[in-house]
Write a protein that binds this ligand. Structure first.
Ligand SMILES: C[S@@+](CC[C@H](N)C(=O)[O-])C[C@H]1O[C@@H](n2cnc3c(N)ncnc32)[C@H](O)[C@@H]1O
Length: 249
């Protein structure tokens, strides 16, 4: 039987503003997650106070936080428990949290109100777009990405947040000397992260041997980390310093 071959697009296409555009490969899939009444109230009432808006103009971080303190970006904060604990322990820093999962955002907002925390602001958006469109060059004093989705299946590796392009975007938004802190409980992802970071001349591994670093005492254990521990996964912290490569860049 003869097969009629039709040309299939390699990636699905969507219409944006009347033009066909390639759908970007994202590091997350939007999950419908049920919101509690408290989380609904938080998103409605507290987001105007703690939020940075979902899109729009470049962020003026000093204005957003009301001071000039160093700003640390946490990407994919999940339920936000680590975020508010770090912020409470370090009032001399400002914490900008990016997350797309609404129940987690609602939960963090409730914690900020309950604990009376003032040095956290929340962005409900894809961190790639946030960095690309709203954060100025050399604006960040640190970036933390704790237990990003490991996307273990080979066909999903393209969704992994830590990839060469993203790491260069991060580098451009970080000050020289700023620390990029990654943690994962998925050893193959840790290897992948190390390979990507080794390929960047903008970062130096803080571990002399070039692998993982001891887990800093101040890092709170996260929900995903505890799940990994229950499954017997080793937890790996990777710390890198943003450096100015010889010859600029
Ligand atoms: C495996 S969970 C880890 C959550 C938390 N850090 C923890 O350790 O418990 C990864 C989180 O990253 C979020 N995420 C994935 N890609 C993201 C992106 N591009 N921008 C913002 N958040 C993202 C997901 O919604 C998810 O909540």
């Amino acid at each position: 039987m003869a097969l009629i071959m039709t040309k299939q697009p390699q990636q699905p296409e969507i219409a944006v503003g009347g033009h066909a555009a390639r759908r970007p490969v994202r590091s997350f899939v939007r999950r419908a997650g049920r919101l509690t009444d408290g989380q609904k109230r938080a998103l409605h009432d507290l987001l105007p106070r703690y939020g940075a808006g979902e899109s729009g103009h470049a962020l003026d971080l000093a204005r957003l936080f009301g001071n000039d303190q160093p700003v640390i970006l946490e990407i994919g904060f999940g339920n936000g428990d680590a975020t508010w604990r770090m912020a409470q322990a370090h009032p001399e820093h400002n914490f900008l949290g990016a997350e797309v999962h609404q129940p987690g955002i609602g939960r963090l907002l409730l914690a900020l109100e309950r604990e009376g925390i003032e040095n956290v602001r929340v962005v409900c958006a894809d961190a790639v777009e946030l960095l690309r469109d709203r954060i100025a060059e050399s604006a960040l004093d640190g970036v933390r990405i704790f237990f990003p989705d490991p996307w273990p299946k080979k066909r999903h590796h393209k969704r992994r947040m830590i990839n060469p392009e993203f790491v260069e975007l991060l580098a451009s938004r970080m000050k020289t000397g700023a620390i990029l802190h990654l943690a994962t409980d998925w050893a193959p992802y840790a290897e992948h992260m190390l390979n990507v970071l080794r390929g960047s001349r903008n970062f130096d591994n803080l571990a002399k041997a070039g692998g993982g670093s001891p887990r800093p005492e101040w890092r709170p254990r996260t929900k995903y980390e505890q799940r990994g521990e229950r499954l017997g996964h080793p937890v790996i912290d990777l710390l890198f310093r943003r450096v100015a490569p010889a010859g600029g860049g």
